[in-house]
Design a protein around this ligand. Sequence first.
Ligand code: MN
Length: 228
Amino acid sequence: MWGRPASLATVPGRDSSLAGYRAKRDFTKTPEPAGEAEASGEPFQRFVVQRHRARRLHYDLRLEMGGVLASWAVPKGPTLDPRERRAAFHVEDHPVEYLHFEGVIPKGEYGGGDVTVWDEGLWAPAREREPSSPEEAVRQGELHFDVAGHKLRGRFALVRTGVDAGGKERWLLLKKRDRYAVEGWSPEDHPRSVLSGRTNDEVKADPERLWLSSRPVGQAEVYLKRST
Ligand code: MN
């Protein structure tokens, strides 16, 4: 349903990986991307943490892997405090086109609310401790990884702790002790978007960008405030 650059190859067998994401969204109404799985072929992969005020505030940690964004919803947000154990819920993969989405999702839509890019950067698995691939580590329920973001730095671990009756996976997000660890550090003390410098309130009151899902990916992002 989406046009995309011919140089980006579709990964065989990954076509259904975004089925859950698509099923929960009506892309004729929601300004979010409906992407195709893509192969990045890059040695480093991207990550983003979006601060998302939906029915409840949470932070969405998304790690690019296998051509999609593997995603966890973290109600209290990631922290640099190694003493904290943050609950994280493994949610459906998101398309890579969603990586830097910052704006408003209309009320009544899945995830309706406002979204800011709270942090972004590069990540890599801590390879000496990983299975064959990060996707396999996620399947096995334990991923150790390093991040280089604006706010988040150093090594983290995601560990699956259980699966509820509805199939929802409960995980913990942990900051490992390293030189980037800061006891007492709270994400709520660092609320501004790393893209725009704005808070969720400021984005909600006056969104700068929309994503129009009826358009091809390359034309979907619309700047409301300035010409580009
Ligand atoms: Mn969310």
